[in-house]
Design a protein around this ligand. Structure first.
Ligand code: PAF
Length: 284
């Protein structure tokens, strides 16, 4: 595995690989890697000749400076994990390398980024598009891999790819969960043992919501999920929106779409956790 810090070096190595007809896949990450990321890397390895993983805590997607500061950074452990799953190139740039000057680009994503995470974290998805579009430009991958835990992020990136008319596949990989059901996240490191146990109620409630959807209207189910989670110590739901899986717009009834996802954000103590459940899918 090669570790690269400079864009020019990355581009040089990739250009050489492409000359010999190699297929290149990219897994963008912010580090603090866990099994969820490693699943993306394994899939990228299976489907490409060269797997590039970027590890960069992107400042432009944090609307809260405290969150940026507290974001876990574990570069040595990340490198070991990436090596163990056969990553070929890890790109770990500095902020100055990626943003030698301020990135003033504004992405017009229509309605997709005006709801849920986009509404709660103004500017977040614009920052995600800034960094992901830069990474796509450096690597020009054939495919790029994203976890479904950040469901709206995947929808945003697909929309960005459409708007910029980029030629690559966006591969959406299902959520990886702890044996308890808790969705894996770098933020889980910040939970106490007790909070971790309490947080299990999030996925447990989402799973039983899926079973109950046949017997409840959509708004009854939404209320049931919020009340059930809010009843657990140290948990507080920020939002639970039931949306169309492509447009991210709220649906009123189960029959309104063939692709329906429930997206939730819950504060567990001070840690903001996100999760989702696919209620209906058209297998896209
Ligand atoms: O999902 C993440 O970790 C980040 O938002 C991403 C896609 C790596 C961009 O910084």
């Amino acid at each position: 595995m090669e570790t690269v810090h400079k864009i020019a070096d990355l581009q040089h190595i990739i250009a050489e690989a492409k000359k010999s007809g190699k297929k290149v896949g990219l897994v963008p990450t912010m580090g603090a890697l866990h099994e969820g990321h490693l699943t993306l890397v394994r899939r990228c390895k299976e489907e490409n000749d060269i797997c590039v993983v970027s590890v960069f805590v992107n400042p432009t997607q944090f609307n809260n400076p405290d969150d940026l500061e507290k974001y876990p950074r574990t570069p040595e452990k990340d490198s070991e994990l990436l090596e163990s799953v056969g990553c070929d190139i890890v790109f770990m740039p500095s902020a100055e390398e990626v943003y030698p000057q301020q990135d003033t680009r504004v992405f017009d994503l229509g309605a997709i980024d005006k709801v849920m995470e986009g509404k709660m974290r103004p500017g977040h998805f614009n920052g995600v598009c800034q960094i992901v579009s830069k990474l796509f430009d450096y690597v020009k991958p054939h495919a790029s891999y994203f976890g479904e835990k950040d469901f709206q992020q995947v929808a945003v990136i697909k929309e960005m790819v459409r708007i910029l008319d980029l030629n690559l596949d966006i591969i959406q990989v299902p959520i990886v969960r702890e044996p308890s059901g808790l969705a894996m996240s770098s933020r889980n490191m910040r939970l106490t043992e007790q909070e971790k146990q309490n947080a299990v109620a999030i996925s447990k409630t989402l799973f039983s919501a899926k079973e109950r959807m046949v017997e409840m209207t959509l708004s009854e189910l939404r209320k049931w999920v919020v009340d059930t989670i809010n009843n657990v110590e140290s948990l507080e739901v920020e939002y639970f929106d039931i949306v169309d899986g492509d447009t991210m717009q709220e649906v009123g009834q189960w029959g309104d779409s063939e692709y329906i996802v429930g997206c939730i954000t819950v504060y567990c103590g001070k840690v903001r956790l996100i999760d989702n459940i696919i209620f209906k899918t058209n297998n896209r």
